[in-house]
Design a protein around this ligand. Structure first.
Ligand code: CAA
Length: 263
């Protein structure tokens, strides 16, 4: 069911509590143009603000999650132009979304496409997924966080290899390196199906606890250990002020399923 219409992204609700955002520039392998990103950001803000949505899945097509920033759009840009217009700065909105975002990646996730997947909270990959930072072949470097996020996730040597040679890595390699949580079964659409199921599981929990959990895990990438542990405990204490904590623990004691009210 489509509930809002955009040109470059499709937003559907495969489950009442799950929003599925599909990048939809198939002819350009979902190259991430400015109009596409602006629609993606709008769609993300709409679903983040929708109380009925508990988790989000972001996907592309079978052939391409996204083949990177739009090279044809970038080609004639000047330094002054990208500097003054803060080119790519709006990409950071995705990392400010409170609800969990699962990337379901099939086919190419290159350059900005790989970076977009890395900004999501969980990456599920189909066996056809290919990840890479090929910007070096274009005379530039990653600009959407790839060098930083990859270094945090897969370490220096692997990041240097990807960023300096532009080599594309397979789904299996990405799994071994810890970039993706799992490679899921064969077949068209299977990775999206599994991502939606995972999102639905997350959406069945207390939204407040889920969003708090996402916030504290992300803090591990920003804070040092002492600060992170302190932050986690404070947020944990705070959850005792919610009805969902009372409900979750009462349900356990009464041996029944919790009915969270997200309050
Ligand atoms: N930008 C603009 N258009 C793109 C694109 C991109 N990143 N990637 C693919 N396309 C377009 C192609 O130009 C082509 O359009 P036309 O039919 O009009 O010629 C169409 O999509 C299909 O692509 P191909 O014919 O190239 O398909 P293929 O199957 O032969 O190859 C591919 C697939 C290996 C992914 C190849 O398209 C490719 O190398 N794409 C570019 C990948 C890349 O360099 N990405 C990094 C971009 S820079 C960046 O992202 C900066 C950053 O950090 C933010």
């Amino acid at each position: 069911r489509r509930f809002m219409s955009y040109t470059h992204v499709l937003v559907t609700r495969p489950e009442p509590a799950v929003a599925l955002i599909t990048l939809n520039r198939p002819k350009a392998l979902n190259a991430l143009s400015s109009p596409l990103f602006s629609e993606l950001n709008q769609a993300l803000q709409v679903v983040d603000a929708d109380d009925a949505v508990g988790a989000i899945v972001l996907t592309g097509s079978d052939k391409a999650f996204a083949a990177g920033a739009d090279i044809k759009e970038m080609q004639d840009k000047t330094y002054a132009n990208v500097f003054k217009n803060r080119f790519l700065e709006d990409w950071t909105l995705l990392s400010k979304i409170r609800k969990p975002i699962i990337a379901a990646v099939s086919g190419y996730a290159l350059g900005g496409g790989c970076e977009l997947a890395l900004m999501c909270d969980i990456i599920l990959a189909s066996p056809t997924a290919k990840f890479g930072q090929p910007e070096i072949n274009l005379g530039v470097i990653p600009g959407g966080g790839g060098s930083q996020r990859l270094a945090q996730i897969v370490g220096k040597s692997r990041t240097m290899e990807m960023v300096l040679t532009g080599r594309t890595i397979s789904a299996q390699e990405a799994e071994r390196w810890g970039m993706v949580s799992r490679v899921v079964g064969d077949g068209e659409g299977q990775v999206v199906k599994e991502a939606v199921e995972m999102a639905n599981t997350i959406a069945s929990k207390s939204q407040i606890a889920v969003q708090a959990a996402k916030e504290v895990v992300n803090a591990a990438y920003e804070l040092n250990l002492a600060e992170g542990l302190h932050f986690e405990r404070r947020i944990f204490y705070g959850l005792f002020a919610t009805n969902d904590q009372k409900e979750g623990m009462a349900a356990f004691t009464e041996k029944r399923k919790p009915e969270f009210t997200h309050s």
